[in-house]
Design a protein around this ligand. Structure first.
Ligand code: ADP
Ligand code: MG
Length: 384
């Protein structure tokens, strides 16, 4: 079967996602795809690969959750003959096979901590060793990872390395669950009807308008995968029938005996919070990058201290920190002005966080990882 590389959907959410995917496809940037199970994470990864310059090279999917922890490392990096009991021959790993192509690491949240260390090095340098070998191998594999887990929680609980998480999500693409895609549900249903009509040489009689509405209201806990399976069973098991809500309900109930069948929009609030958290975590990361950059510059060039941008003599190279430019100056003055600019950064990040959280102090404090009291104190001292 030819794998799906086209993303069906015309909703605003999906159109924006496709546009972003095409933008990142042109580059080799590492992408983290986040979405519920069955929402099309692998389809999106294949879409990025198919639209990249690597399209004629391999796309290698690896399910990190399905491979036992002890074996994953040798599967990813390969092994030498005799590296462990049962290693009768040396073997290439997935990273080597994906050289000049794309490796898709599904369920990345399940990757064991030991493997994460080695993986971080591959992302940073492209270098690794086969298990049982000291020879360094280089692979130019583009990395796309995916997860349906709350990675912030995994990081907070120390099940996932924070440095690796930040490194992975150079670009984060969120796939919306099917229930939030409106008319796309019917578009996808239509596509799957055609697919299975051809496969089983059956003519589908169609859905009644009420059954169509039911498809739109249903919660789709299994997302697109569930819709695809549903259409196939309707075609085969209800052959020749016009699909009414009664027939549809029978199939939906059989599939999800223990799950809520109707989409409850109030649950989207949780998603919104997730977006807020991720924006703020990104902001914190940027601030920490800037701090590191400034500290590095102070340490490596004590003779050219940094000054704020409004200084009159600008002679050194301009360092782009993302917050406007910080210029170097010949004057051997003190570091107080640098510290002052760090305060500015903190002030800006608090102001941004407040804006993202619509001024809600409790949410802002929680997202910034400080107590509400500290937040109030800082708001007061910065005059925000
Ligand atoms: N937008 C889409 N257009 C067409 N088919 C899709 C789309 N999204 C998902 N599918 C189909 O749904 C099934 C599940 O997709 P998959 O990418 O494996 O989901 P996930 O990796 O998120 O669990 C696959 O059969 C895939 O072909
Ligand atoms: Mg998958």
């Amino acid at each position: 079967m030819k794998r799906e590389t086209n993303i069906i959907g015309q909703s605003v959410l999906i159109s924006q996602l496709k546009q972003l995917a095409l933008q990142v496809a042109e580059t080799d940037i590492t992408v983290l795809i986040i979405g519920e199970t069955g929402s099309g994470k692998e389809v999106l990864a294949r879409y990025i690969h198919a639209n990249s310059l690597r399209a004629d090279k391999s796309f290698i999917p690896v399910n990190c959750g399905a491979i036992p922890a002890g074996i994953l490392e040798s599967e990813l990096f390969g092994h030498e003959k005799g590296a462990f009991t049962g290693a009768v021959q040396s073997r290439k790993g997935y990273f080597e096979s994906a050289d000049r192509g794309t490796i898709f690491l599904d369920e990345i949240g399940e990757m064991p901590l030991e493997t994460q260390v080695k993986f971080l090095r591959v992302i940073e340098t492209g270098e690794f060793q086969r298990v049982g070998s000291s020879e360094t191998i280089y692979s130019d594999a583009r990395i796309i990872a995916a997860t349906n887990k709350n990675m912030y929680q995994a990081v907070a609980e120390k099940n996932f390395r924070e440095d690796l998480f930040y490194r992975l999500r150079s670009v984060e693409l969120q796939i919306p669950p099917l229930r939030e895609r409106g008319q796309d549900i019917l578009l996808l249903a239509e596509k799957f009807v055609h697919e299975f009509e051809r496969k089983h040489t059956i003519v589908f009689e169609g859905f009644s308008p009420e059954a169509g509405e039911m498809l739109m209201r249903y919660a789709w806990p299994g997302n697109v995968r569930e819709l695809r399976n549903l259409i196939e069973s309707l075609l085969v098991l209800e052959k020749g029938k016009y699909i009414t809500p009664e027939i549809l309900e029978k199939h939906l109930v059989q599939r999800n005996r223990y799950k809520s069948l109707v989409h409850d929009p109030s649950k989207s609030e949780k998603n919104e919070l997730q977006v807020i958290y991720s924006s703020i975590i990104q902001l914190r990361q940027e601030v920490s990058d800037i701090r590191q950059l400034l500290q590095h510059l102070i340490q490596t060039r004590p003779h050219v201290p940094l000054l704020l941008p409004d200084t009159s003599v600008i002679s050194g190279p301009v360092v782009n920190t993302g917050l406007g430019s910080v210029s170097e100056e010949k004057n051997l003055s003190n570091e107080a002005e640098v510290l002052l600019s760090l305060d500015d950064i903190e002030k800006k990040s608090i102001a941004d966080a407040l804006k993202i959280c619509n001024g809600n102090k409790r949410k802002t404090a929680k997202a910034l990882g400080i107590t509400e009291r500290t937040l109030y104190r800082k708001i007061k001292s910065y005059g925000l």
